[in-house]
Design a protein around this ligand. Structure first.
Ligand SMILES: *[C@@H]1O[C@H](CO)[C@@H](O)[C@H](O)[C@H]1NC(C)=O
Ligand SMILES: *[C@@H]1O[C@H](CO)[C@@H](O)[C@H](O)[C@H]1NC(C)=O
Ligand SMILES: *[C@@H]1O[C@H](CO)[C@@H](O)[C@H](O)[C@H]1NC(C)=O
Length: 434
């Protein structure tokens, strides 16, 4: 559930910096373009020319084209059900025409909600009945053309939507009640979920189709189970697990995976939940939230250098304003709707603030998002700027970073996107070569 949809903006800049880096890149076609790719071979040709051939010629190591992003997610109500396969076929034809048929593989990243097991045992896995035939035509095509099945697996979201989900099962420490399935024993959800997919494929005659984990990760804020400790525990557990190279009970061997994500994205939709803007291993300004050992020497996660901040100024509630003022709630709603209040909920990083600081947090978020424009610290005269950092404990009152210095690090302009791709590629590289 809950697509970690990636914005297409910033993609060109991303590919530009990836030139000659040697990092492997997966470029993606947004769901909104599936209909046109499906109905027009010309559009598919043009897309490949502009977004693949063009960057290959500039030295970018494009390896995959992702056609859509979780197009069969159940919350999309089948909106992309009829266009995904025809789009996939047209893109594959376009790649062949461009002479890239052997070099670049196509795939359709799916959410793990496309398969299910009624009993909880992986061996009872199969594809969801409403999409069964549609997904099999894709699977057959991927199998025939040497493509891969890409799946995004999120134990965090299982824990988020199901209060009875056994928390330990989300992690890799073997502390949960095991699920026994024939001769296989599962102590973590990742392995069980992965093998549910293998069984679904096997049952339909495609048990050997290669699988790529397109996204996996853990957020650090916006929910009581989202914090740096748990994110580190999950991501490190996962890295260590796949570094052993032992794979899962149903598919021993190396696992190909992309960590989600490099950096927080403050413009992301929070429709799936308040955690959505907090998947980053880095904060919006390039500070690592925790360390990860990638199993390669000297692979420390370093702080981004050269980040330039705006002035040390914050926007806060004037001490003279009464909390009983009836107009106060509207100013907070205004700020929260346009900026970011996802760190103010129960047991989040700023969840312990008192009401005054809570309001200040909302005001400041809006002020920084508007590049410290004086007009953005008005709020009917209830707000004022201060040079004193209101940050306290785990709660950080941010300062926006400069646009020009931060070609790489300006989240508002969605520059973050290219670094995201960079880390994904980097992690992919480490994981694949280990
Ligand atoms: C290249 O990809 C972007 C993002 O998907 C898209 O907006 C653009 O239309 C594509 N270019 C062509 C020529 O199809
Ligand atoms: C899907 O259908 C449900 C129920 O009919 C509706 O509430 C929801 O808005 C629909 N979502 C989309 C993306 O069409
Ligand atoms: C803090 O702000 C959030 C978002 O506006 C709100 O949901 C929460 O109830 C507030 N908490 C306090 C203690 O004022």
């Amino acid at each position: 559930m809950g697509s970690r949809a990636r914005s297409g903006r910033g993609g060109a800049a991303a590919l530009f910096v990836l030139r000659k880096s040697g990092l492997e890149v997966m470029v993606g076609i947004p769901n909104e373009l599936l209909a046109i790719m499906a109905s027009s071979m010309k559009a598919a040709d043009k897309w490949v020319e502009k977004n693949v051939s063009n960057y290959l010629n500039k030295g970018c190591n494009v390896r995959y084209v992702a056609v859509g992003n979780e197009p069969f997610l159940s919350t999309y109500n089948g909106s992309f059900l009829l266009t995904t396969f025809p789009a996939l076929k047209n893109i594959q034809s376009a790649l062949v025409k461009a002479g890239l048929g052997n070099q670049i593989k196509v795939t359709v990243p799916q959410n793990a909600d496309v398969y299910d097991t009624a009993t909880g045992k992986p061996s009872d896995g199969d594809f969801r009945t409403d999409i069964h035939d549609r997904i099999l035509e894709i699977v057959k095509f991927l199998s025939d053309t040497g493509g891969v099945f890409t799946v995004n697996i999120y134990p965090f979201i299982s824990l988020y939507i199901d209060p009875n989900f056994p928390a330990e099962y989300a992690f890799f420490d073997g502390r949960s009640q095991p699920v026994v399935d024939g001769s296989a024993t599962y102590t973590n959800m990742f392995d069980a979920n992965h093998d549910t997919l293998i069984w679904a494929l096997k049952k339909n005659g495609y048990g050997n189709l290669p699988i790529v984990i397109g996204e996996i990760g853990w957020p650090t804020d916006g929910d009581m189970n989202a914090n740096a400790q748990l994110a580190q525990r999950f991501n490190q557990g996962f890295m260590t697990h796949i570094a052993t190279g032992q794979g899962t009970p149903m598919r021993p061997g190396p696992i190909d995976a992309y960590l989600f994500s490099l950096i927080d994205e403050d413009d992301k939709s929070i429709q799936p939940g308040n955690f959505e803007r907090h998947w980053g291993i880095y904060t919006y300004d390039g500070i690592p939230k925790y360390q990860l050992n990638f199993g390669v020497p000297n692979s420390q996660i370093k702080r981004a250098s050269g980040v330039k901040y705006l002035d040390k100024k914050w926007c806060v509630l004037k001490p003279t304003v009464s909390l009983d003022d009836p107009k106060l709630p509207d100013t907070v709603s205004y700020a929260c709707a346009r900026a970011d209040c996802t760190s103010l909920g129960y047991r989040t990083s700023c969840g312990m603030l008192d009401t005054r600081s809570n309001i200040s947090y909302a005001y400041n978020s809006f002020y920084q998002k508007n590049d410290q424009d004086d007009v953005a610290c008005g709020f009917s005269g209830y707000a004022t700027t201060t040079g004193q950092d209101p940050s306290t404990g785990t709660c950080r009152f941010g300062i926006m970073i400069e646009v020009d210095s931060a070609y790489s690090w300006k989240p508002r302009r969605v520059r973050s996107n290219y670094l995201l791709v960079l880390l994904l590629a980097l992690v992919h590289l480490c994981v694949s070569s280990s």
